[in-house]
Design a protein around this ligand. Structure first.
Ligand SMILES: NC(=O)c1ccc[n+]([C@@H]2O[C@H](COP(=O)([O-])OP(=O)(O)OC[C@H]3O[C@@H](n4cnc5c(N)ncnc54)[C@H](OP(=O)(O)O)[C@@H]3O)[C@@H](O)[C@H]2O)c1
Length: 339
């Protein structure tokens, strides 16, 4: 990561990790000094203590899939973007319309436009929630995007009802570790996680009733049929995955796979189109950043029903290494960067 300075003469400034070009993290991410964002009337300004990273982040700094570039810039970004979406920290300022938070509150949330890998981030107050009392900043930062995605896949889209069975493909990744735990917390009678053998103990420790080791077994060839399949890795064609779903069940695609043009959007659209001709309900998740959903997850964390598995906490100077690890698609749980 290179270092550069563009200090405004009078405005307070902060350190941030930005990119203006598309490419490998070591080539494009750089530390810079920029003005602290001004919160709008509905925003809070948060002093960030920790941020976590998601595949979402590398899609943006790599400009991959190309579809992303249609809005951010074809050859290079039209405007520099601060990396990171998930944050946890302390409220430094509240916008004039904000009544839900006060200066000094410990909050966590997601800023979809990026901005978490910085000393301060301004976000709409509605996108943040009070941190779980029992969580550290590092743990809280690891939660937002993946927990909101898992929550949406199970509840909003999957319509999970107590007593139903759930198959989670990609159970050891960021979204998966929350999907397994939230499914159990919301009353699933049986949760089976698809993961590799090295992550078996992790997924069982989160409450899964069983695991399918994808390196030696095929989940689509088992006898068991599920009410709901949450497909996070999308590692198999839809027709195979649907053999694991009951005829009146639901298949929810979250991400994974896809080519350079459309990325995960391609398989999602294909699954939706093919789903029109299937018995099972086929649906996709486009997770929204909602503070009220985060607050629900925070209560489950405080009640001890959901834990936050973190593979590693990196220091600020190691952000590039953290991104390189993220891109391996081998992370167990989450990667966090201390700000
Ligand atoms: N739709 C939305 O709104 C939304 C929101 C968030 C994320 N997503 C997408 O969801 C996907 C997953 O995100 P994530 O944060 O969970 O990623 P992640 O944490 O980087 O996923 C890595 C995990 O996936 C496991 N894995 C890799 N290949 C697998 C396979 N063939 N079968 C089962 N598990 C496998 C790895 O375990 P092993 O090393 O043991 O294989 C690792 O634990 C990404 O494509 C992301 O873009 C979509």
């Amino acid at each position: 990561m290179s270092s550069e300075s563009s200090r405004a003469p009078s405005a307070p400034t902060m350190r941030a990790i930005q990119f203006s070009d598309y490419g490998a993290p070591g080539d494009v991410l750089h530390e810079t000094q920029i003005p602290v964002p001004e919160p709008r009337p509905d925003d809070i300004l948060v002093e960030v203590k920790a941020a976590s990273i998601n595949p979402y982040d590398w899609h943006f700094y790599r400009g991959d899939p190309y579809m992303i570039r249609a809005t951010s810039g074809i050859r290079r970004l039209r405007h520099p973007r601060i990396a990171g979406a998930d944050f946890a920290g302390v409220v430094a300022t509240v916008g004039t319309n904000v009544t839900t938070f006060s200066i000094g509150d410990r909050v966590f949330g997601e800023r979809g436009e990026g901005g978490a890998l910085a000393e301060f981030v301004a976000v709409p107050a509605d996108n943040a929630a009070t941190m779980p009392r029992t969580a550290s900043f590092e743990e809280a930062a690891a939660v937002p995007m993946v927990a909101l995605t898992a929550s949406s896949a199970l509840r909003d889209v999957g319509k999970l009802a107590p007593g139903q069975s759930v198959l989670v493909n990609g159970a050891s990744g960021g979204v998966g570790v929350f999907a397994v735990q939230l499914a159990k917390a919301w009353g699933a009678s049986r949760v089976v996680g698809v993961c590799s053998g090295r992550n078996k103990e992790l997924v069982l420790s989160l409450g899964a009733d069983a695991v399918v080791d994808y390196t030696s077994e095929n989940y689509w060839e088992g006898e068991e049929k599920f009410d709901l399949m949450v497909d996070i890795q999308n590692s198999q064609p839809l027709r195979r995955s649907l053999t694991a779903v009951k005829e009146d069940g639901t298949y929810v695609i979250v991400g994974g796979g896809g080519g350079k043009l459309m990325g995960p959007g391609g398989p999602v659209m294909r699954a939706m189109a093919q789903g029109l001709f299937k018995r099972q309900r086929v649906a996709a998740v486009f997770a929204q950043s909602r503070g009220e959903d985060l607050a629900r997850v925070a209560s489950l964390i405080d009640d001890g029903k959901v834990t936050v598995p973190i593979e590693k906490v990196y220091d600020w100077a190691e952000a590039t290494a953290a991104m390189e690890r993220l891109e391996s698609n081998r992370v167990s749980g989450k990667l966090v960067i201390r700000i």
